[in-house]
Write a protein that binds this ligand. Sequence first.
Ligand code: SAH
Ligand code: SF4
Ligand code: F3S
Length: 450
Amino acid sequence: MSAPKKLYLKTYGCQMNVYDSERMAEALGGEGYVQTDRPEDADMILLNTCHIREKAAEKVYSELGRFRGLKADKPDLKIGVAGCVAQAEGEEIMRRQPLVDLVVGPQSYHRLPEMEAKTRQGEKALDTDFPEEDKFERLKARPRAKRGPTAFLTVQEGCDKFCAFCVVPYTRGAEVSRPAERILSEARDLVERGVREITLLGQNVNAYHGAGDGGDWSLARLIWALDGIDGLERIRFTTSHPNDMTDDLIEAHGQCAKLMPYLHLPVQAGSDKILKRMNRSHTAESYLRLVERIRAARPDILMSGDFIVGFPEETEEDFQATLDLIDAVGYGYAYSFKYSTRPGTPAAERPQVAEEVKDDRLQRLQALITRQQRAAQDAMVGRTVKVLFEKPGRLPGQMVGKSDYLHAVHVQGGGLAAGDIASVRITSSGANSLGGEVIDTSAPVDSAPA
Ligand code: SAH
Ligand code: SF4
Ligand code: F3S
């Protein structure tokens, strides 16, 4: 029998790419590939790319350049580009970087095995279609091997929102939801293989409208069905759009014990003028009211958000409105970005904000966010939280996991294994994680507001 071929697969961008990479690795596994973390050992190098900001896209070309030497040494090495840069710049990649043998867009991954075979014949393979069929259904099933306690599961793809700055509607296409039963059977299979926490993924996950028993299912309905799976202990979802935060979903946050008290709900900016120009179709006020309603349903929920600074025509006053909104919400986590011009999007045509102004605003916003994050983390000290342990820590006898609120928590000893959930009294708050002690698992878990 011949030795297995080796696949070096590198993933950029969002969690949906992480999920897609797992599925691609499995599909190529069916063609005899095993994964390696050394590009120099690989028979195939595949970059799963992100197009969201200019830097992310440029990284791909510099990374590809680094493989030139490898290909010179090993002419049989195949190099492929998948993901959102592949979708956006397919033919240009082939032109700019002749080393590339294969370009596959995010909706065509089920065609990867036949494309790989084509490259073995010495041909180039390019597929950036938006085919009708469900790529996940056609991709080889996940193998039944044991796996870690947490998993991603894509339930919805694409976006119909067309925010004026964003490439996703172009790279991922229109919103499509997977049928509920396929998601449930994939979830049951993950749980049988050791998974205890599932994060449902979608570019607009709360716009989920999948075909299900009795008609159209909302995300809330899907969550309640997942709630019924024995052995599945935690459910999360990301990323949500404020306009799709329906009453049933808000209610689920109050009533479904398996749905974790953490919500990533990007708002992008706090000025109504900017929100309008971003085509967000919500105002700062409607967002704040929404957060109030979510907190009324689940008072201890930890809010997380995304912010863009330096959007075209953002004034100091507009920026101040973003800081005010952040003050009013009080985030547990937040991700902030300098606006990056994306060719083909409407905002690219508008008057741009100077780079040094963007730098200054980003710094100020991050300083505020860091204070809030730190305060939310420090407020956990003295509380008892549930932790799902994932892996050993750096110190001997240490285990690390995540709290319900997604804070990293480490404890010493206690005979814990990956996949265990225990009540932990938080005793310290460090730079990026909490420390604590495992207490009697029958002790009540404190769910007082943060
Ligand atoms: N679907 C999600 C996330 C999309 S991309 C949502 O609607 O929120 C993740 C984040 O990248 C966005 O929330 C936004 O903050 C940021 N982003 C998107 N396009 C950008 C651009 N052109 N420049 C800077 N940041 C951008
Ligand atoms: Fe991009 Fe807006 Fe769609 Fe999010 S909702 S993916 S930011 S267009
Ligand atoms: Fe990037 Fe595509 Fe995700 S552009 S953020 S990898 S959807």
